[in-house]
Design a binder for this molecule. Structure first.
Ligand SMILES: *Cc1c(COP(=O)(O)O)cnc(C)c1O
Length: 443
């Protein structure tokens, strides 16, 4: 039997009338941010009290709804750890960076990160409904002084208009769903006026922190901008309340496909069995697990980091053991701006020119006999190959397979291997270019 979905309210809120409790404006204006406030709901540890009294800490703010999900007597509560700071946040670690994904370096204009060929990340606010302690964007998030203004927005729109390769815009921040409804609607309207933008996505933790914000009115507004996709952010089954389930139901009925992105966090969700429960509970509320991220190398998150192997172990425990729909992709977002890199267990064990040896989730090892007669796909007669969209300079290994280039060299490779030598009679450039006989690729 699946565990029933429940609704919780901390004892101090027992007398709040339902219409206030269920009003997102009330939730926002009654957020807790000081040791004094938070202590009324949960018994603080020394470490938490110390952190809450430290100046310059990454912003603390928690909605009454979300703090109510915490078991007040459990210092290790998985919801608690995500939003109540501890003194370990102040500890530095070797690889720590301010902007570990080098997002600001990949921003042609403020708040627009153009990392991949056909899609952009558009930061529209620095404000959230509550603040995750491991925030990857803590360098700007939470700080009202860093937020994006109208001029930034116009620059973002202008960049998108003149960049036709962008077909997918991912709104994030901060949290786009804390914007005033009129502003969000204007933003979506302006994006929809750009013909080459095919899909719009929103990344939001509002449904989790404040499900009452997902009103029918909001869903009706969002539904005007289809195709619109939305990813929520749930890390632990305890966050899947009756209210979240209802908010997701409203969004699904408005035609918005829902996904979930979680972050692998030590002491919160670094358990295979808990992850299985999480992903199954998500599919029950029609949310498809999308990504599970390795924790970024960001200031304040050292104590949340797990070895990458933990993520591989979790995928090992999910793939095959539960519905394919429930298995997220485990991602290491490469420090320095390399982007998302999927990491997973190996299923391909060996191969020859006519066989591959693969194993399944149970460790059953089998052979797959390759076809002896495969008539190669012919790019010359394939209309998709002929009309492929250009991805200037970003085709990577696909480009190599397509014959666009033969190698990718590390910086300084040619100089190093020249060994301060001389140009001599044996060094003829044409020697290491393919002759292209028979391939028709190099003519
Ligand atoms: C995550 C991310 C995207 C979207 O990546 P998908 O794999 O398509 O979900 C786009 N741009 C940036 C900068 C990102 O970090």
């Amino acid at each position: 039997m699946p565990t029933p979905l429940i609704s919780k309210r901390a004892p101090i809120y027992a007398d709040v009338p339902d219409e206030k409790w269920n009003d997102w404006r009330w939730q926002l204006s009654h957020r807790l941010n000081s040791a004094e406030d938070i202590e009324k709901v949960i018994h603080l540890t020394e470490s938490e009290r110390k952190a809450l009294q430290t100046q310059g800490l990454f912003r603390v703010d928690v909605t009454p709804y979300f703090i109510s999900l915490i078991d007040p007597d459990d210092a290790n509560d998985p919801v608690r750890k995500q939003i109540i700071p501890v003194a370990e946040e102040l500890n530095a670690f070797t690889a720590m960076m301010e902007d570990s994904l080098a997002e600001d370096r990949h921003s042609p204009v403020p708040g627009l990160v153009h990392r991949y060929p056909d899609r952009v990340l558009m930061l529209v606010t620095t404000q959230c409904a509550s603040y995750c302690r491991y925030c990857t964007r803590s360098r700007i998030v939470g700080d009202p002084g860093q937020t994006f203004n109208r001029q930034d927005f116009e620059l973002q729109i202008d960049y998108l208009k003149r960049t036709p390769q962008v077909r997918d815009v991912l709104l994030s921040g901060g949290d786009p769903l804390v914007l005033a409804p009129k502003i969000l609607e204007e933003l979506l309207t302006r994006l929809r006026e750009i013909p080459h933008i095919e899909i719009v996505r929103i990344g939001s933790r509002v449904p989790v922190f404040m499900p009452m914000r997902i009103t029918q009115e909001l869903c009706d507004m969002l539904a005007k901008f289809h195709p619109l996709w939305l990813n929520i952010h749930v890390n632990h089954p305890n966050e899947i309340s009756l209210e979240l389930a209802e908010a997701c139901d409203r969004m699904s009925r408005a035609g918005i496909p829902l996904g979930n992105q979680s972050v692998l966090l030590a002491g919160v969700n670094d358990c295979v069995h808990m992850q299985r429960e999480l992903v199954q509970k998500l599919t029950r509320i029609r949310v498809r697990p999308y990504y599970l991220y390795q924790c970024d190398l960001v200031e304040g998150s050292g104590h949340f980091r797990t070895p990458v192997a933990k993520g591989v172990e979790i995928i090992e425990g999910l793939r095959g053991h539960t519905s394919g729909y429930a298995v997220p992709q485990f991602i290491v977002d490469a420090p320095g701006g390399g982007g998302k890199i999927p990491v997973m267990p190996n299923y391909l064990l060996s191969m020859s020119d006519h066989k591959v040896i693969v194993r399944n989730y149970e460790g059953f090892v089998t052979t797959y006999e390759e076809p002896t007669e495969y008539k190669s796909h012919d790019p010359k007669t394939c209309k998709f190959c002929q009309n492929k969209r250009p991805e200037p300079g970003q085709t990577g290994l696909t480009g190599m397979l397509d014959g666009e280039q033969m190698f990718i060299k590390p910086e300084g490779f040619d100089e190093l291997h020249n060994r301060h030598g001389i140009q001599h009679r044996l060094k003829d450039e044409s020697k290491w270019k393919p002759l292209g006989i028979g391939s028709g690729e190099t003519d």
